[in-house]
Design a binder for this molecule. Sequence first.
Ligand code: PLP
Length: 427
Amino acid sequence: MTKEFKKGTLCVQGGWQPKKGESRVLPIYQSTTFKYETSEQMARLFDLEDSGYFYSRLQNPTVDAVGAKIAALEGGVATVMTASGQAANFYAIFNICQAGDHFVSASTIYGGTYNLFSVTMKKLGIDVTFVDADASAEEIEKAFRPNTKALFGETISNPGVNILDIEKFAEIAHKHGVPFIVDNTFATPVNCRPFEWGADIVTHSTTKYMDGHAVAVGGAVVDSGNFDWEAWHDKYTCLTEPDDSYHGLVYTQAFGKAAYITKMVAQVMRDLGSMMAPENAFLLNLGLETLHLRMPRHCENAQKVAEYLENHPKVAWVNHCGLPSNKYYSLAKKYLPNGACGVLAFGVKGSKEDAIRFMDSLKLISIVTHVADARSCILHPASHTHRQLSDEQLIEAGVAPDLMRLSVGIEDAEDIIADIEQAMQVL
Ligand code: PLP
């Protein structure tokens, strides 16, 4: 199904187009392997001379159909589906960085990604410099080195819900001859398509809105196909020079715009194997079929809750880009004109203990380590997702100690607000 269809049509019908007599619904190919008639046919697959399925660690028809849907939604050329969002962000960087390389990242990113970049990737010899995403281009550029290979950020940061100036980041990246990789988890392609603003690669934790029902952990890496690896031949030799582990294949020559994604499957997925399971892809596809209906409702509800919180005498502060008083209001109008997402951050007046008492009194809104779900939920990052970070790192990641991350679901806004109001009574 082509990119020309509108987003709602792609959500419902993208990826799987059954032929005569085939299952109308995307079937689950619950098979690790696929049959061939001759040894020669199989050999051609291993040499990447033919395309076809042979082993589900590399490719699987159910998983590929969902990947094609997400590629169409983002306006990209190809997608790799991964077992989690963590794997997606790791693969996106590791596909082009090796020991001795460096990349630059916005500091306001999900705590798990921050940890992956600052601790685990460092152990692999890949260095990161975190920058203040709101700083001027000149300031951010100071972080670049001759061995810098990528720039990374989140469209809407988790948990601070700051809005990234995508065009600014894309321009900085391209000025320094590196791709701009953006995690578009919270916005989803329904509300923002970063490729239209110059981003080169998009990642997702599909665990969030794309699934939307909290049933399957997953991730995706989508390539726009726009970054010219050959223009920076000596920097990206992993793509522009022969791959010894694939009989001297040169990805840019053999696969053109699909070079980055083909290498990710053929090399990184082959060796590290964080493939999405077919059943999870099936569940994710069900979620995607209603993504375009759910996102507007999340945004509408979050706007109502944000307005209620902003006017509440017991609330110290609210961060929601849909409020005209918000620092990111104009950036949101530019990049997310139809709404950002259902997530907002706020703090109540009083101590950290008051915030915890408030959360413990909620009845409809549940305390869970999750976000971007149909059901409203809440979390205190400093005590939960980000508890491994030092106070200094918390501030750098845009996480105030009193910050509560409220993920507004698609229930009735009046009931969500009534639940918050009754919990406020304990303060
Ligand atoms: N990126 C963002 C923006 C996230 O919010 C998360 C998880 O919360 C991740 C990546 C990691 O995704 P996963 O939990 O699917 O591994």
